[in-house]
Design a protein around this ligand. Sequence first.
Ligand code: URA
Length: 277
Amino acid sequence: MREAPDPHALLKWYIEVGADEAMAEAPLDRFRAPVERAAALGGAAPTPVGRSPDRSLPPSSLPAGPRLVPAAPPGRIAPAAVAVEDTRALAAGCMDLAALRAAMESFEGSSLRETATRLVFADGNPAAPLMLIGEAPGADEDRQGKPFVGQSGQLLDRMLGAIGLDRTGVYIANVVPWRPPGNRKPTPAEISLLLPFLERHIELVAPRALLMVGAVAAGALLGTTEGITRIRGRWFDWRGIPALATYHPAYLLRQPAAKRDVWRDFLDLTKRLDSIP
Ligand code: URA
């Protein structure tokens, strides 16, 4: 007979692989057959990709088809075979922020959504002259549904306060709107699939300036792989909008000496904002 696993060792292993938070009251066994899983959740049985459910068959006799994904309600895009062209078309059809948010809420093409608790769309004032782009929500953001509310967010708020800004004077979004499991970095594939949403987000807000905090934000918007230490403090042009790259507040928490550089960037940003009509 197999011995029951040591619960401490199991918990330690969960934390190491990034499963550091309970997402629901009851555990969900993702390895169980999808039909059983759907029944456990009290929902409808999933539909094999590219087939309609054959209602004449009992669920257990559904043929083993290709990868099984949850059926998408009408108007939703299911996770299978979603390409960047699909996200681009979806984003391009959003004529205001409410429409963009709704499209992202119902978008099922990113696996990040499956492990996150909720969409973290944005925070702050969309009419503000400055739009700040971060990397991805962390655990606190995932819980509250707002970007930059954890430790880095508190530091960011203090830094913005030092140049006279609070969240009524800035608008904040992230490169990816769902928390990557265990706070890992979003992968290039995850970023490129979701980038059209961010691009449309910026177009709809049309800020006077962009502040890209960290290598992921700068890399995603500028399409560069140059390190953040090389590009920090430099202005770029993002589709006609001046965009400044600076360090991420999480980096400043680890390297407080770098705050001096960011302070310089913030002063430069203030000057630039004052000079843009
Ligand atoms: N880090 C980010 O890049 N974004 C957040 O929203 C929080 C932490």
